[in-house]
Design a binder for this molecule. Structure first.
Ligand code: SF4
Length: 445
């Protein structure tokens, strides 16, 4: 839990000597609480106070890095229970499970399928982050062959999951430079795995029966100098797991209980793909940092990624596109001109429908602070005056020979005033984007 300025002030010398560059110790404490200055600026802080302040400055949930360079991701470092309190920081990583019981051809196809889990939505690239190779066969040679295949065919981050520490040690040697996550199986003693994480400086997922065991295991790992940890709770029911994830998060954030302050890795169990998707999204919402799914079918992975975008979008910053003129298709001076707001989902929905219509068009996105059309209109961010101003400044008057603009149907109420002050003829478009194709095919200036 972050210390307030007053909490910090209580630990400072309170002499107001000004050597830190601030007029008073209180002013320095306030700046320190806002992370605008470093503690080193005060030469008089005691060793005891320094230790307390540095400890409090650590994130309540450890930031853990898996993989290297471009094929890496971070999880943890979360600060709130609920997104509306601030925002969630590191999106849940999506891993796909690959079992070493597959044949060689099946393994190659499975890795290729995971590599292909790449999508673009509302202007953002999203996809799977991790291949998790599990030693389900129990045979070392099968596990090593599967790890070799994943290592050879994919650049994605890798997780290795085995009950056998010796097999894990061999697997780590195959891909250690990729900084794999090693997952200690439930049937194994964690100490050999912790030693491996220490030896190769790797992140480790510790499998635990309950919160007490989790706290005990993280303390054991910390004692060995291992702190890049994820927690894998083995509760048999989905509701039991979510309860444990929530308790762990609450203990870390609200009670500053460091032994549970680590990201959580969750594995789906459901055999039914619809239920598995619901399970995966539930774990993401409450509060898994990594979710490993068994199903790599695109139609089940994509909804998970859409939900991830929604949950991890900063609630105070709607996802926006740059406010400007977008040319869709091979536009000419006779092409239609549509106007909308710069809310990303609105723009990409409109753009998709314009593309489908095969009628090249200009789409002007007005800066409405990322609000959708109706919300922006209600907030007076999408007004006749603002649209007129954009029409005059954006250069569209030099790009088209006509003066007809299409207004979203939901804000038809703006049409009279817009015509009056802009000098453009206003054509009221459909209310729903799905009507754009038919509208454009019949459009006349
Ligand atoms: Fe206070 Fe330290 Fe700044 Fe002096 S240097 S005013 S003791 S915070």
């Amino acid at each position: 839990m972050a210390l307030s300025g007053l909490d910090i002030y209580k630990l400072l010398p309170k002499t107001n000597c000004k050597e830190c560059g601030f007029a008073t110790c209180l002013a320095f404490a306030m700046a320190l609480a806002q992370k605008k200055v470093s503690l080193d600026k005060c030469p008089h802080v005691t060793a005891q106070a320094r230790q307390a302040l540095e400890s409090a400055a650590q994130p309540p949930i450890k930031l853990v890095t898996i993989g290297t360079a471009e094929a890496s991701f971070e999880v943890g470092n979360e600060t709130v229970m609920y997104r509306h309190e601030q925002k969630f920081h590191h999106p849940t990583a999506l891993g796909i499970l690959i079992e070493d019981t597959l044949s060689e051809d099946e393994l190659s196809a499975a890795v290729a399928a995971v590599n292909g889990l790449r999508f673009e939505r509302v202007g953002q690239k999203v996809g799977a982050d991790l291949i998790c190779v599990r030693n389900s066969s129990g045979y070392r040679n099968k596990f090593l062959a599967a790890v070799s295949t994943a290592d050879a065919l994919s650049r994605m981050a890798i997780a290795l999951y085995s009950d056998d520490a010796e097999s894990m040690a061999e697997a780590v040697k195959l891909c250690r430079e990729r900084r794999p996550l090693i997952i200690c199986g439930e049937k194994s003693s964690p100490d050999a795995f912790i030693a491996l994480a220490k030896e190769y400086d790797l992140p480790i997922a510790l499998t635990c029966e309950n919160l007490d065991e989790a706290a005990d295991l993280t303390a054991r790992a910390n004692a060995q100098g291992v702190s890049q940890i994820a927690l894998n709770f083995k509760n048999e029911s989905m509701s039991g797991r979510i309860q444990e994830y929530t308790y762990a998060r609450r203990a870390a954030l609200k009670k500053n209980f460091r032994p549970l302050g680590y990201p959580i890795i969750a594995f789906t169990e459901s055999a039914d793909p619809d239920l598995e998707l619901a399970e995966a999204v539930s774990y993401m919402a409450k509060y898994a940092g990594i979710v490993i799914m068994k199903n790599s079918a695109r139609e089940f992975v994509y909804p998970f990624l859409v939900a991830r975008q929604d949950i991890y979008q900063d609630p105070q910053k709607p996802v926006q596109v740059e406010p400007k003129i977008y040319e869709i298709g091979r536009v000419t001076a006779d092409s239609p001109v549509l106007v909308t707001t710069n809310f990303s989902i609105t723009y990409f929905t409109v753009a998709g429908e314009v593309e489908s219509s095969k009628v090249p068009s200009y789409v002007i996105c007005v800066d409405a602070e990322g609000m959708s059309v109706l919300t922006a209109w209600a907030a007076e961010k999408f007004t006749a005056e603002k649209i007129t101003d954009v029409l005059k400044r954006c250069g569209i008057e030099e790009m088209v020979s006509h003066r007809t603009i299409t207004l979203p149907g939901y804000v038809a109420v703006l049409s009279g005033k817009l015509e009056e002050i802009s000098g453009w003829k206003v054509s009221v478009g459909p209310r729903e984007a799905s009507g754009i194709t038919g509208y454009l095919r019949n459009w006349k200036a």
